[in-house]
Design a protein around this ligand. Structure first.
Ligand code: ATP
Ligand code: MG
Length: 570
């Protein structure tokens, strides 16, 4: 491809809203163009990268036995009403009406559509398992679209769905999908990790997220050298170190102490000369069904996802101040577990391991010390609801956990019968009994993965494409193309490289060398060939890799072979 005939316009400056490097570089390299918040045009170069990834994804999905189809973007509301999600999906679902006032949405995901397609065709165990995928445009009206392709509103996703007669069959496909995802990210030369992810309150299922590690990642990943990895919503730990000894003798029975104005754990701890870990932090929450109370140690935080799952709730929020008073009889900041009645109390196991503790007294300006969990209060539920911290002991090996940042590029999920049961997607088993199909779903963000590749592969001058995702593999630069000998040599090299099957991008513009070099660095094709006046006089071109930019002269006659050799090593 010749630049002069292409559609490529690089930018000198970062777009003002580009906070992360992948957004800045993809925009400046002329690969994406913002149309509206979270809505981008993939310019020709950007589209080539997306298509390269899409090809890799297709190859691996096909090899793993998934079958490609394409579903519509616009979906009728009726299907979403059947699954119950029309009500629960919230504002991320872009709802639209047609001219007859019928309701539709622009699909953020396709469980309903695929389940409908399968239930109208598959009736017998003999037709299962089935595994179908598509690569398609989604729309989610994200509350905070940002970071370019990383969190768009309109974005390209590969989504696959599988249908089974048994948990064992689902597991087999789930493992095959996990392996396919690993091959995709390996082939893209990304550094990633697969971590255990939350499955919500669907029950008994399994889920993994594929995280590309990058400082700008929106997600926290908890990991251990032994191979344990989970996202922050899911991560558990072995028992943590107990609090330091209680200073002096703790009261034998709970004793109220006046703590005027001190409401936060650190404030009360300082006031009472205790350690924050001596406290029981008490949080009053409101779910779709009830008020509930969560207890964690004073130096811990409540993990709201874990708490929501434990309570079996769909929604959960902190109770408003007036409600706190109603539930506890005391004000915000003075809640504690002793004497609470009429609400479910969930205590983290670390709370139950405390020998003696301090807590709010459910009375304004008072706390209570000398509280013994299990003696002075008995929670309805004891379950892990704390946020795992760096340094906590690994649940598998006891070693110290580390917390890293990651970009979620893929998510695989055992859905079970969540959709099939609601939508009557059934089959007849061998005994002739009607059963709901057991389902799995497997998502991979195509645009987000390309952005993640840039986050992991760049330097101060621009993108350093891993070869498999580079829009073109070779950049050919003609310096002084106005000199006939240079133009001639470059044209010949261009033709020869194309004939040899190289994806070559030929900068034939009438621009200064500095401009061409800067653009080449910014766009970041892996191999560069430079033809200039001096070199041509000596029958030479100059080769370099974008990765290290070390220049090597090569005879013009050997250039094609040398380029192919360099590409083979990438
Ligand atoms: P997130 O927690 O980042 O919002 P999600 O859990 O909503 O992701 P899924 O519904 O599992 O994501 O979608 C599958 C994949 O689609 C994700 O792993 C991610 O790679 C991609 N994806 C999701 N939302 C977006 C978005 N707004 N922009 C770009 N890619 C996205
Ligand atoms: Mg999301």
């Amino acid at each position: 491809m010749r630049w002069s005939r292409y559609f490529l316009y690089t930018l000198r400056d970062n777009p003002s809203d580009a906070e992360v490097v992948s957004h800045q570089l993809l925009a400046r390299a002329g690969m994406i163009d913002k149309l509206a918040a979270g809505i981008y045009t993939y310019l020709p170069l950007g589209w080539r990268s997306l298509e390269k990834l899409a090809r890799i994804v297709r190859e691996e999905m096909n090899a793993a036995g998934s079958v490609e189809l394409a579903m519509p973007c616009v979906q009728p509301a009726e299907l979403w009403q059947e699954s119950g999600r029309w009500q629960f999906y919230g504002k991320e679902l872009l709802r639209i009406k047609d001219r007859h006032d019928r309701e539709f949405c622009f699909g953020p995901t396709h469980e309903e559509v695929i389940t409908d397609a399968v239930r109208r065709r598959v009736t017998s165990y003999r037709q299962l398992p089935a595994n179908l995928y598509q690569i398609q445009t989604k729309f989610r009206d994200e509350i905070r679209p940002r970071f370019g392709l990383m969190r768009g509103r309109e974005f390209v996703m590969k989504d696959a769905y599988s249908f089974h007669t048994s948990a064992a069959s689902l597991d087999e496909t789930y493992r095959a999908m996990e392996r396919a995802y690993r091959r995709v990210f390996d082939r893209c030369k990304l550094s990633y990790t697969a971590v255990e992810a939350d499955t919500g309150n669907i029950g008994g299922s399994e889920s993994h997220e594929f995280m590309v590690l990058a400082a700008t990642g929106e997600d926290a990943v908890v990991a251990c050298e032994c191979g344990y990895g989970a996202n922050a919503e899911k991560a558990t730990t072995a028992p943590i170190a107990p609090p330091p000894p209680w200073p002096g003798a703790a009261p034998a029975v709970p004793e109220q102490v006046h703590t005027p104005g001190a409401t936060s754990v650190p404030d009360v701890a300082a006031f009472l000369h205790l350690d924050p870990s001596h406290f029981i932090k008490t949080m009053i929450v409101e779910t779709d069904a009830e008020f509930a109370v969560a207890l964690v140690r004073g130096d811990d935080e409540v993990n709201e996802i874990k708490l929501k799952n434990v309570l079996g709730a769909t929604h959960l929020q902190l109770a408003a101040e007036a409600k706190v008073e109603q539930v506890t009889g005391g004000g915000m900041g003075f809640s504690g577990p002793v004497g609470l009645v009429g609400v479910r109390v969930v205590a983290d196991p670390e709370v139950m391991r405390m020998a003696v503790a301090a807590a709010g007294a459910n009375r304004a300006d008072y706390h209570v010390v000398g509280v013994v969990p299990g003696r002075d209060f008995t929670p309805a539920i004891v379950a892990d609801i704390r946020v795992a911290r760096a340094g906590d002991p690994c649940p598998r090996c006891g070693g110290p956990l580390v917390v890293k940042r990651g970009i979620e590029v893929g998510h695989i999920f055992k859905l079970g019968t969540k959709y099939s049961a609601k939508m009557a997607c059934n089959f007849l088993d061998e005994a002739g009994a009607v059963q709901p199909m057991i389902m799995g779903c497997y998502g991979l963000g195509v645009g987000r993965t390309v952005a993640a590749a840039v986050e992991q592969n760049h330097d101060d001058a621009g993108i350093v494409w891993p070869r498999p995702l580079a829009p073109f593999e070779v950049e050919l630069i003609a310096l002084n193309p106005d000199v006939p000998a240079v133009r001639e040599a470059a044209e010949r090299l261009y033709a020869d490289l194309e004939a040899a099957g190289c994806e070559v991008f030929y900068d034939d513009r009438d621009e200064r060398p500095g401009v061409k070099f800067n653009d080449a660095d910014l766009i970041g094709f892996p191999v560069r060939v430079v033809v200039g006046k001096k070199g041509v006089e000596q029958g030479q071109a100059e080769l370099s890799l974008r990765r290290d930019r070390v220049k090597t002269p090569v005879a013009l006659a050997d250039a094609v072979a040398k380029v192919r050799e360099l590409l083979a090593g990438l």
